[in-house]
Design a binder for this molecule. Structure first.
Ligand code: A2P
Length: 281
């Protein structure tokens, strides 16, 4: 087992620390998830992001259990799936997530999508707060919430999500929402940080990679880190996991950051939060 990566930690508004760099398991199939998470932990990742929707929580849980790491050495995030917003369904789904992950306490539990057309997500947020209050999740937050969703839950409860995990990469830099998060004390996490790999063949990124003597993935991951974002790249290849994590010994200059900033074009690779329907993945 390698030592933990030298990832900085970011403090959530309730004082809990989250490692800024982690391993994302979206699109890691159940049959691959055990090996992938064992590999990630072996090479030093200590922050694993999963979700009921990904269908791999049981394999992720088994890998963490078998890793030999103490529970408090690994930061674990999971998410409430779309069909389970109603309060009792949310309580049952949260209990099942803990069971499947084989843990008594989650580090962070997020509402996966607001589902504003079909659910009362404000009530869902009230239910989420129970899980932090009873100590079964160290922090709670949201994913894919936009400004109006955030304002609605804060107005109703006075409590902001600790973190909002949104699609964010150089093609979709989300400047306004990140600024709003900062004003509201919400940490931002980037999903699909490499735009599902699309950025890795971008000429601007490839030029910078050559200039920095690093891979395209490493350059994009550095851009997230230097913007202060939590970043959770996914790869099922161990050598790429190692490469993606080898980003703590170099820095992009202000000019290099600006070149990557220039790629922003409001381009999504995933679903728009207003258009996700029950059963989407
Ligand atoms: P794979 O899992 O086959 O390695 P994102 O995190 O934005 O969703 O991007 C994930 C995609 O990028 C996956 O297709 C993954 O492929 C690919 N990927 C991740 N890291 C690297 C890397 N270092 N080099 C090339 N492709 C990568």
């Amino acid at each position: 087992m390698a030592n933990a990566l030298p990832s900085p930690a970011i403090q959530l508004h309730n004082g809990v620390l989250i490692p800024q760099f982690g391993y994302g398991t979206y699109k890691v199939r159940a049959e691959d998830a055990y090996r992938a998470v064992r590999d990630a932990l072996e090479v030093g990742y200590r922050h694993i992001d999963t979700a009921e929707m990904y269908g791999n929580e049981a394999q992720v849980g088994a890998a963490i259990a078998d890793s030999g790491l103490a529970r408090d050495e690994v930061f674990i995030t999971s998410k409430l799936n779309n069909p389970y917003h109603e309060p009792q369904a949310a309580r049952d789904a949260f209990a099942k997530t803990l069971d499947d992950l084989r843990i008594d306490q989650l580090d962070l539990f997020l509402i996966h999508w607001p589902m504003a057309q079909t659910t009362n997500y404000v009530e869902t947020w009230q239910t989420m707060l129970e899980f932090e209050a009873d100590g079964r999740s160290r922090a709670v937050g949201t994913s894919n919430f936009q400004e109006h969703h955030l304002r609605a839950i804060i107005d109703a409860t006075g409590v902001a999500p600790a973190l909002n995990q949104i699609e964010l990469h150089p093609y979709l830099a989300q400047r306004q929402l990140v600024q709003l998060h900062a004003e509201l004390g919400i940490v931002t996490a980037s999903w699909s940080p490499l735009a599902r790999g699309a950025l890795l063949s971008d000429p601007v990124v490839l030029d910078l990679a050559q200039e920095a003597g690093r891979s395209a993935a490493q350059v994009v991951i550095r851009w997230h880190l230097q913007r202060g974002l939590v970043v959770i790249p996914k790869s099922t290849h161990r050598e790429r996991m190692i490469q993606n994590a080898d980003v703590f010994d170099f820095e992009l200059s202000a000019q290099q950051m600006a070149s990557i900033d220039s790629l922003d074009q409001n381009r999504r690779v995933g679903s728009h939060p207003d258009r996700v329907e029950l059963g989407d993945r």
